[in-house]
Write a protein that binds this ligand. Structure first.
Ligand code: ZN
Length: 167
């Protein structure tokens, strides 16, 4: 009968997975990635994954940990994050502690830090006026240039007409 080895169980969720246990997990999988089954070597190194994420009630123990190659581990991690987010949202909804959608507060506004303050209406009006004034000034400058050009053209025209008369 083969000598049975006691399963490693993390004392807490932050407990470091010992190298001896890492090796045991890899060998349990016959040196292959738990998903794509490619064989590990110096270029395809194992990464250790909680099959059921800790945040979803998975345990930090040997039988919930498997060895994956990086290519398989990345999408699994992403999938886990999505599942964790989903679970959290469902729980919040179930418990009625979901943040309500923020309604428009009219004359009040919510600052980034969450406090609600009276909208700075005077300040906003002032800013809008300044914007308008700047636009108007630009427009006036533009019109003045056009008038100058027209005057120049008028003078040229007069000169032409005069010189014709003279001839
Ligand atoms: Zn793989």
């Amino acid at each position: 009968m083969p000598r049975s080895v006691k399963e490693w169980i993390g004392k807490n969720d932050d407990a470091k997975l010992p190298s001896s246990v890492k090796l045991r997990i890899v060998e349990r999988q016959r040196d292959r990635c738990g998903i794509c089954t490619r064989k590990f070597d110096s270029r395809l190194r194992p990464e250790f994954d909680h099959e059921v994420p800790l945040a979803l009630g998975g345990e930090h123990r040997e039988r919930n940990i498997r060895a994956l190659c990086g290519e398989c581990h990345r999408p699994k991690t992403k999938e886990d994050a999505n599942a964790i987010g989903r679970a959290r949202r469902i729980k919040q909804k179930t418990l009625g502690i979901k943040k309500p959608k923020q309604k428009s507060l009219g004359r009040w506004k919510r600052k980034v830090n969450g406090t609600v303050v009276l909208r700075d209406e005077e300040g906003e009006r002032q800013r809008r006026m300044t914007d308008l004034e700047e636009k108007l000034t630009d427009e006036v400058i533009r019109l003045k240039k056009i008038i100058k050009q027209l005057k120049r053209s008028e003078v040229q025209l007069r000169n032409t007409v005069c010189s014709r008369k003279d001839n």
